[in-house]
Design a protein. Structure first.
Length: 77
């Protein structure tokens, strides 16, 4: 899928099996937000989904720093 800059989007997996996502950023650089803000990977352990509590001031700063935004949400800092 190709999304133009500024389009709001999301992912939903209605299936019973875990999904695999491949992100490609052009131009590159935005992937650094995941490296800086994500969890340390654990070999053989599936990544757990993030709840809204993970979107804090620090993460919003990283999103902004890497030219990424989230749509408005009530109760988010």
């Amino acid at each position: 899928m190709f999304l133009l800059r500024g389009n709001v989007h999301r992912f939903n997996n209605p299936g019973i099996r875990p999904a695999t996502l491949v992100f490609i950023y052009t131009p590159g650089g935005a992937e650094a937000m995941f490296v800086e803000g994500g969890d340390e990977p654990q070999p053989g352990v599936q990544v757990q989904p993030w709840g809204p509590e993970r979107i804090d001031v620090r993460m919003l700063g990283l999103l902004s720093e890497h030219d990424t935004v989230l749509p408005p949400s009530p109760g988010r800092p």
